[in-house]
Design a binder for this molecule. Structure first.
Ligand SMILES: Cc1ccc(O)c(S)c1
Ligand SMILES: [Zn+2]
Length: 261
């Protein structure tokens, strides 16, 4: 009963009315990672990341988040290793965040929530011919999740933050060239990994999640710039883009593996 009422509340969340279409899901995201329940897997390799800053195309406001899109027509920006059997191409990255610092991330670690979470979305060019196809493929996608915590100014992020006023409204787009998202990665190699889903519609269960254990630090001004974006288009009544995170989903029959002891 608790689960169904939980799911009903979940399904009525403003951003996810369409939730009912996957309410039978068995591997939904995000989840609360219980550190002590995660299983160290010695076979997990270090994650290898090779991003070419020249593949960065533009930044836009898609009405859910702000998103930086990459040229994914070649293998110039890829990840491999970790839990992966082959390389995956970087397609885009975006963030989820809260109205205040007390919440905002999608995943949690022992119920600890962060003010924001970065998602770097990659697709499998070996088993799919396009990102759009990969969304529907089992393990067609890999999303690297990085927690953001309040702390020092993040110089690499600031280049992104400076572009946000240009994409304040839904569907706004601005050229954004030569950016290397590796600068948003924590130096600590440790991660958890589990099988899950997109956290926005179509919520398809096609994602191998790689959640970095260590957050990156950003300062208050940078978080507040995120919160000045709008869900709404120019001319509409303004709705601030905040709380664009999906509620926690049941772990069901899944194990979270860790790359570290
Ligand atoms: C492909 C994709 C789009 C939006 C998202 O929030 C996530 S998590 C993945
Ligand atoms: Zn996301």
């Amino acid at each position: 009963a608790a689960c169904s009422s939980y799911r009903l509340r979940d399904a009525l969340h403003p951003l996810w009315q369409s939730e009912l279409s996957v309410s039978g899901g068995t591997r939904q995201s995000p989840i609360n990672i219980h550190w002590r329940d995660s299983v160290y897997d010695p076979h997990l390799k270090p994650l290898k990341i090779h991003y070419d800053p020249a593949t960065c195309l533009y930044i836009w406001n898609n009405g859910y988040s702000f998103q930086v899109e990459f040229d994914d027509t070649t293998d110039k920006s890829v990840i491999m290793g970790g839990p992966l059997e082959n390389h995956y191409r970087l397609k885009q990255f975006h963030f989820h965040w809260g109205a205040i610092n007390e919440w905002g991330s999608e995943h949690m670690v022992d119920s600890k929530v962060y003010p924001a979470e970065l998602h770097l979305v990659h697709w499998n060019p070996v088993t799919s011919t396009s990102f759009e196809d990969a969304i529907m493929e089992n393990n067609g996608l890999v999303v690297i999740g990085v927690f953001l915590k309040l702390g020092a100014h993040h110089a690499g992020l600031q280049k992104l933050v400076d572009a946000l006023p240009a994409v304040k409204h839904k569907d706004a787009i601005v050229e954004f060239d030569v950016f290397d998202p590796s600068c948003l990665m924590p130096s600590c190699p440790d991660y958890w990994t589990y099988d899950g889903s997109l956290t926005t519609p179509p919520l398809t269960e096609s994602v191998t999640w790689i959640i970095k254990k260590t957050p990156i630090e950003v300062d208050q001004n940078q978080l507040e710039e995120f919160r000045m974006l709008l869900f709404t288009s120019a001319g509409e009544e303004e709705k601030r883009m905040v709380d664009n995170f999906r509620p926690l989903q049941p772990l069901m029959n899944r194990t979270v593996r860790s790359s570290f002891r």
